[in-house]
Design a protein. Sequence first.
Length: 491
Amino acid sequence: MKYEAVIGLEVHAQLLTNSKVFCGCSTKFGAEANTQVCPVCLGMPGTLPVLNKTAVEYAIKMALATHCRINNKSIFARKNYFYPDLPKGYQISQYNEPLTQKGYIDIEVNGAEKRIGITRIHMEEDAGKLLHGESYEDADFSFVDLNRAGVPLIEIVSEPDIRNSEEAVEYLKSLRDILVYLEICDGNMEEGSFRCDANVSIRPVGQKEFGTKAELKNMNSFRFVQKAIEYEINRQIEVIEDGGKVIQETRLFDSDKGVTVSMRSKEEAHDYRYFPEPDLLPLQVDEAWIEKIKASLPELPAEKRERFVKDYGIPSYDAGVLCASKELANYYEECIEKYEGQGARGKGQETAAAKNVSNWIMGELLRLLKEDNKEAKGCPVQPETLVKLIKMVDAGTINQKTAKEVFEEVYKTGKEPEAVVKEKGLVQISDEGALFKVLDAVIAANPKEAAEYKAGKEKLFTFFVGQTMKATKGQANPQVLNKLVKERLAK
Ligand code: ADP
Ligand code: MG
Ligand code: ZN
């Protein structure tokens, strides 16, 4: 029997407001425990929540960017449960009437576009954080830090439109890109400002009804999401092949072992006893405000990709790589700007320069950043420095191969390209006399090959170019060298 997976994701994104969602406390990450709290977020009796308007604005931004409908009236609800990190005994969330619903985003997997539906995006507050004994000297205690209690979140719930782990990761990456582009969430998975629960079920291919789902938690990187989903799909297939039944439960991903383990079954699931929050009025947003927010939206990843293809004439693959992060896209555009005058912007022939810059970034720069575990944001080479290097190639001072070595040195030492070239004596040899000398020595050392070439074995052309290049330690100007080899070995 062949099976197909059905996956729906629930994403929690922490909004980048300065203050919490129902009080004025700071949301800054990393402060000393319990220094950013007040009677409201500590859940003291008699206090009243006041909604943070910026948090609503950010939620609306995300809704607009994901084609969601925005409800002019929505309701906050109490989600009741007891836990030490939740001083009120309930979380303020939205339930029946969320702020926004019924949207979608388009993702691309293996070259094919796919639309993933978004069921709803609602607003809620975060809980505090429990710190368990092992990180402290006295392992007998757990500690609670309420700095995070009341920090604004949006929960983005997808339709069960996702069919495998790759699509899940692409969907998550696209969501995160949009949030980061909108500057409403930092997208940091390790610090927990972008968290994902995955609902996974399987069904025989061709069957319409969904199977019973398991909900996976505790995956704090894209790789873990992918691994957890893959493990879970295989686990469910095995259960069914063995004649068993998948039960509805919550499972935790153990990243050390690469497995999911049962946390609680449906029977132990919470009954949250949702009811409308009596301390907050229904949230009303008017069309004029929505229009104003719409007008303030920045260029989104998909739009930027399209513009890069159109304006710079680079392939859509390049645009996809460059626009994967806003910083990298900015880096590219800064390079193009610095390159200006060399004709990088524009149509036709001039786009060769734009593609050249793209090649440098996609190739050498991303390779070094990856080795270094860095993103464009922390790139030690400034755009103008990269452009200086590219211009040295354009001017014929160094060749492409040498430029790559120089770039690595520039990346690692922070030196200027000119300085590295000078220091290491890497200036390209374009002088015909000097190159002839080396070439003649190569020909003299390989008389058999020279004779064969003259007799018509044209393949040997690259042999002579290669040997001469090697003898100059890669510093020969390839155009000049090609010309000289042709001249010297002319029939
Ligand atoms: P619950 O009430 O258990 O939280 P929801 O209906 O709210 O379930 O759905 C939560 C998430 O699970 C959504 O992202 C949804 O797309 C997904 N989902 C629902 N049913 C299934 C299923 N059978 N298999 C996989 N995912 C599912
Ligand atoms: Mg749910
Ligand atoms: Zn507070």
